[in-house]
Design a protein around this ligand. Sequence first.
Ligand code: CMP
Length: 148
Amino acid sequence: TLQLTLAIFKPDIVSHPHIVHQVKNMIHKSGFLFIRSKRMHLTRARVQDFYKEHEGRFFYNRLVSFMSSGPISTHILARENAIAEWRKLMGPTKVFKTIHDEPESIRGRFGLTDTRNSTHGSDADETAKREIHFFFPEFDIEDWYSEC
Ligand code: CMP
């Protein structure tokens, strides 16, 4: 059965269309479907809201500055086991370790730093629902699941 997850292409790759192109190819090759896509430029307040569980962490301010520094694109992806599979394709958060451990992953190939790590993915079913709703409030998740 298909599962939905939320993917974000962060400003560090959105400013490089050839990298976005390669990332999309990797996503297609891994068997994901793109259900909805949107490009946007978030305000600091919107980013703070999105990442509110990280408030107070040492990297929070730089994360908020980075994510509001330029356009992002957000995507609802579908696949069997989409949440775990998208996280596997991205590779671990910390880029310098990932470059050694998972060099073929998205972050291994394109990540620049622990903050500018190219992509984001939901970490669990409830988070995916919250994050999809955050960017696609008009998308009816329950209706989508009941149709497939
Ligand atoms: P993301 O998966 O979007 O979730 C939180 C983000 O915080 C993470 O990717 C990084 O962009 C950023 N971040 C920066 N430094 C760290 C760190 N040391 N640990 C975790 N996340 C970090």
